[in-house]
Design a protein around this ligand. Structure first.
Ligand code: NDP
Length: 695
């Protein structure tokens, strides 16, 4: 051990440490009774007198050994606690350190068992054990107090501590056959998650009527909590509190930036291949934990589990895998400057960058931003939307488990104010935002103060054009994909569906039949196709657009209302809605609704539909259904949209850049293009001859 003052350990310290290690070996082999001073001396090849000189007697030696084991766990707990900022993360850090693989190792485990057996009889050992227990309980309590009421925190801390000891003890007594470190940690994790969920549900039941009042809740959200205050995240399918999160303020952001700067220097110094290994491992862990992450995402967002199981986590994993490949092939250029010189470019990281996410694809957005940023050697501080704060934290855990240095990916929580602190922070070199157009403008203005680069993935009101030669069933399927995934909360949705006049009635007939048959229900039910909207406030916004559509003369063919049958009345469900008889000037056709609302429009010829499709300030996406090859490419080339599909819609492979034109955004995510936005070029001129100065 290196003393705190930084000086080298003395010979005496080193000898003491060696004797302690020999004692642990002896305990593991011979147990408490068989371990004697003479035994230790013989094993260490020193005289028993020397052992006695350092430790007094056997009790002194065993006391030192026990302290050494307890100190090591304590150090591991502290190291892990330093890497996390959220209360749930802190609880996990305590569990992970106490049940780490090294505590399940035969040698260490048997030594611990020998000590536990003596605690009741040997006072000094009892003191060490009590101090260790007190520290564990106090760490757990302080994290839990941020998540549950104080009394519950007290109770739960004791339960978790007892579970940690109990699980470990059973594993040790079974000779490590009953559980290994990983399954023990998984058991504790599931236990804690379940208890926190129950406690959140109970808290919701006892919430006062005033707090339950929707308007009050909306008001509280709009203002946002101050730094250090907790805010609730609601399961939009049930209206119940899913959990609590603490808002980060300036102090936490400063600390995150400082940690990120430190970590980034180490991360950027690795080779691309070394970084790639970590990213690939993260992809593997994401896939291995697909079920658990999908469930959490569904509870947090209200999206059907049948989507989150196949899209959200998988897309994140694909992204890490893809950018792992690119991390290895990052390179500059060699530029020939004649016989006297050449030049080259280096692609270098930006430093610490920030990601700010929207609530519709919380984990996927975090992955789409983190993977290219990390591949290029940056550190990222990520703020999820306040409505969906949970899965980004899981990503932080996963990246640490995959081997990312501490601080290199850090999640901070909060409302717009926390986002603003990131955007304005002088230590952050770039911000990548996914959000609304208005937020994009605010972020860009704030970022300008410190001349940060920005990537903006913003809203849309995208056109989907169905020509008269389109294969009808494909076009109908495309329109469904373009409107109803994630209950319509998809930025690239093709909500303006232009159908050629000759095809329109057949198109509508098939479309409405399929939409009316869609299954709305509990998002956790694998048969459910349409889940809840993200919040009560957002549901009211979507419903008010539907009312405006009706009032302006559009006709609802199916849907058009909130769904309140059975338990769905507690959540925020809106039936998939199709409007016919729409005009280009209607609010439902011009403005982004971000809900399951499709507007069908009729057109006559190609020139006309291109002009109408482009008559919007947005430019995120567009789709064309036609069997005419030349028309498909001709029309796509003229559509003002960053992401386009021919004879399909809303498929977003990681290999293809994704992003918007006009007010839909700046920059691109995914594909090689993303690397441009997370790195900077350094040009180097190399002279090959003598230097001639004219002075
Ligand atoms: P918002 O713009 O409301 O919020 C996006 C994020 O920005 C949130 O984390 C929010 O914090 C934060 N934020 C808000 N104001 C500021 C500010 N002044 N400075 C810094 N950060 C701020 O978007 P939504 O979450 O409502 O998401 C829906 C929108 O996102 C839609 O318009 C949709 O089209 C768009 N979107 C675009 C995508 C794309 O790739 N082009 C993909 C997905 C969605 P908080 O919410 O916690 O207050």
């Amino acid at each position: 051990m290196i003393p705190r003052d930084g000086s080298q350990p003395s010979v005496e310290d080193t000898r003491r440490r060696q004797l302690v290690e020999v004692t642990i070996d002896s305990l593991a082999e011979l147990g408490y009774v068989g371990t004697t001073l003479a035994q230790i001396a013989a094993r260490a090849d020193v005289s028993p007198g020397l052992v006695a000189h350092y430790f007094g007697d056997k009790d002194g030696l065993l006391d030192a050994a026990f302290r050494s084991l307890a100190r090591r766990v304590g150090n591991h707990v502290r190291a892990r606690l330093r890497q996390v900022s959220t209360p749930r993360g802190r609880i996990q850090a305590i569990i992970d350190a106490n049940l780490a693989p090294e505590e399940f190792d035969q040698r260490t485990g048997t030594a611990w068992l020998a000590f536990w057996g003596q605690v009741l009889h040997v006072k000094p050992l009892k003191r060490v054990q009590s101090a260790y227990q007190r520290r564990t309980l106090s760490n757990l309590r302080s994290a839990l107090k941020k998540l549950v009421p104080p009394k519950e925190a007290e109770r739960l801390a004791s339960m978790i501590a007892a579970m940690i000891d109990g699980v470990w003890l059973r594993a040790a007594l079974s000779g490590w056959r009953e559980a290994d470190s990983e399954s023990a940690r998984a058991l504790l994790t599931a236990f804690v998650d379940e208890r926190l969920k129950q406690s959140a549900a109970a808290a919701n039941d006892t919430t006062t009527a005033a707090a339950n009042d929707a308007a009050a809740r909306r008001g509280a959200r709009a203002a946002g909590p101050a730094a250090g205050e907790r805010f609730a995240s609601i399961n939009p399918a049930t209206g119940q509190v899913l959990g609590y999160v603490t808002a980060d303020g300036a102090a936490q952001i400063d600390a995150a930036v400082a940690a990120a700067q430190k970590g980034q220097a180490r991360w950027a110094a690795l080779t691309g291949a070394e970084r790639a290994r970590v990213l690939r491992r993260a992809a593997e862990i994401l896939r291995a934990r697909n079920g658990e992450l999908a469930e959490l995402e569904t509870r947090d967002t209200g999206k059907p589990i049948q989507e989150t199981r196949v899209v959200d986590v998988a897309s994140g994993a694909d992204c890490f895998e893809y950018f792992a490949g690119l991390a290895q092939s990052l390179s500059g250029e060699h530029i020939d400057l004649g016989p006297q010189a050449f030049g080259y470019t280096r692609r270098e990281p930006l430093g610490v960058v920030a990601g700010i996410g929207a609530w519709n694809y919380p984990l996927q957005i975090a992955c789409w931003k983190a993977a290219p940023a990390l591949a290029c050697g940056n550190a990222m501080i990520f703020k999820p939307a306040e409505l969906t704060p949970f899965t980004a934290v899981k990503l932080e855990e996963i990246l640490l488990e995959a081997g990312l240095p501490a601080g290199v990916f850090r999640v901070v929580q909060g409302f717009a104010e926390t986002g603003r602190l990131l955007t304005r922070h002088p230590g952050i070199r770039k911000v990548s935002l996914t959000g609304e157009v208005g937020t994009g403008k605010a972020v860009m203005a704030d970022a300008a103060q410190s001349l940060k680069a920005v990537t903006l993935e913003l809203g849309g009101k995208s056109p989907l054009i169905v020509f008269d030669d389109a294969k009808l069933d494909n076009a109908v399927a495309g329109a469904l994909l373009a409107n109803f995934y994630s209950s319509g909360q998809v930025c690239s949705n093709g909500t303006r569906v232009f159908v050629h006049r000759s095809l329109k009635s057949a198109f509508l007939e098939r479309l409405v039949r399929r939409v009316a048959a869609m299954r709305i229900g509990d998002p956790m039910d694998p048969a459910t196709q349409v889940g809840a909207l993200v919040s009560e406030q957002h549901m009211h916004k979507v419903l008010s657009y539907i009312e405006r559509g009706r009032a302006q003369g559009a006709r609802v063919l199916t849907g058009g209302m909130r769904v309140t049958s059975g338990d769905l009345a507690n959540g925020y469900f809106v039936a998939p809605t199709v409007f016919d008889e729409c005009r280009d000037d209607m609010a439902i056709v011009r403005e982004e609704i971000f809900g399951p609302v499709m507007s069908v429009l009729e057109f006559e010829d190609e020139e006309e539909v291109i002009e109408r499709a482009n008559a919007t300030e947005f430019g995120l996406a567009a789709g064309v259904f036609t069997n005419d090859l030349t028309r498909a490419h001709r029309v796509i080339a003229r559509l003002q949209a960053g992401t386009c599909w021919i004879n399909h819609y809303n498929v977003t492979p990681i290999e293809l850049p994704f992003g918007g034109m006009k007010l839909s955004g700046l920059g691109r995510e995914n594909g090689r293009a993303a690397l441009e936005h997370y790195s900077q070029l350094k040009s180097v001129y190399v002279a090959l001859g003598d230097v001639d100065a004219p002075y």
